[in-house]
Design a protein around this ligand. Structure first.
Ligand code: FE2
Length: 254
């Protein structure tokens, strides 16, 4: 299974959630972990260090992408001239690739210092991912990890204008290469959609838009508990929420 964590926001993390994730990783056959951005609260050195230490200690392959909280907010010089310096000092490439027995994961950096909340993807990124998907093994689940959602429902209190402008174009191109789904964070709200149906992409398979809540942070939104997602090796989607009483993540009925 693939564990999808998001919006860890180290600096506002809850130790009980960190410990529960560690236990979950010991108890389940996890093949890889994807973290869809906002590793830190304010892109501080110690916050990145804590996040790195936490992920390394899980002792599993993982792929991370930056979120809008992972570039400096108040330090204007760094924000303009080296926004990703700290992120890269700890995590290296902004757009990694992780291939495991059942999954083919591609990270996409949607963070720009000008569009840091809404996010942005470029034509070059769309082409790069398209090329990688074309050469990916056909039998693996092809998944893109990117911080900002490509679709939000008006019922969730968000609008399509909150999504990267070229997101829909990317979907049309990546969908033709057998994209299974996209893993996002940012909204701190859990949601699943089939974008093939919603955007009428005309594909013969679904393209899942998978939003994760915050797995570990106090920054809960609309009363939603801490949570994460799991993608099974068969392409099933599972949702787990943190239970305060038992101090563990509990699977929710689908
Ligand atoms: Fe966040």
């Amino acid at each position: 299974m693939l564990l999808h964590l998001s919006d860890l926001h180290f600096g506002t993390e809850k130790p009980e959630c960190l410990m529960a994730i560690q236990q979950f990783c010991r108890d389940h056959p996890i093949e890889a972990i994807a973290v869809s951005g906002d590793l830190t609260q304010r892109a501080r050195f110690l916050q990145f260090l804590s996040c790195k230490y936490f992920l390394e200690r899980l002792n599993l392959p993982y792929l991370v992408v930056p979120g809008n909280h992972d570039i400096p907010l108040y330090h204007v010089f760094n924000r303009v001239f080296s926004p990703f310096a700290r992120y890269q000092a700890f995590f290296g490439a902004l757009e990694g690739v992780l291939e495991t027995e059942h999954f083919y994961l591609l990270g996409v950096n949607s963070i720009r210092r000008r569009h840091h909340t809404k996010g942005h993807i470029s034509l070059a990124q769309i082409q790069e991912i398209d090329a990688r998907l074309r050469s990916a093994p056909a039998h693996k689940l092809k998944i893109v990890v990117v911080h900002q959602p490509f679709y939000t429902s008006p019922e969730d209190g968000h609008a399509v204008k909150d999504c990267p402008v070229l997101g829909r174009m990317a979907l049309e191109i990546w969908g033709q290469q057998g994209l299974f789904g996209l893993l996002h964070g940012h909204l701190h709200q859990t949601a699943y959609y089939d974008l093939n149906r919603i955007y009428q992409l005309g594909l013969d398979h679904p393209v899942f838009e998978i939003h994760a809540g915050t797995a570990t942070s106090h920054r809960l939104r609309k009363g939603q508990p801490n949570s994460f997602n799991v993608v099974t090796t068969q392409g099933g989607l599972q949702h787990y929420v943190f239970d305060v009483q038992s101090r563990e993540f509990i699977r929710q009925p689908s």
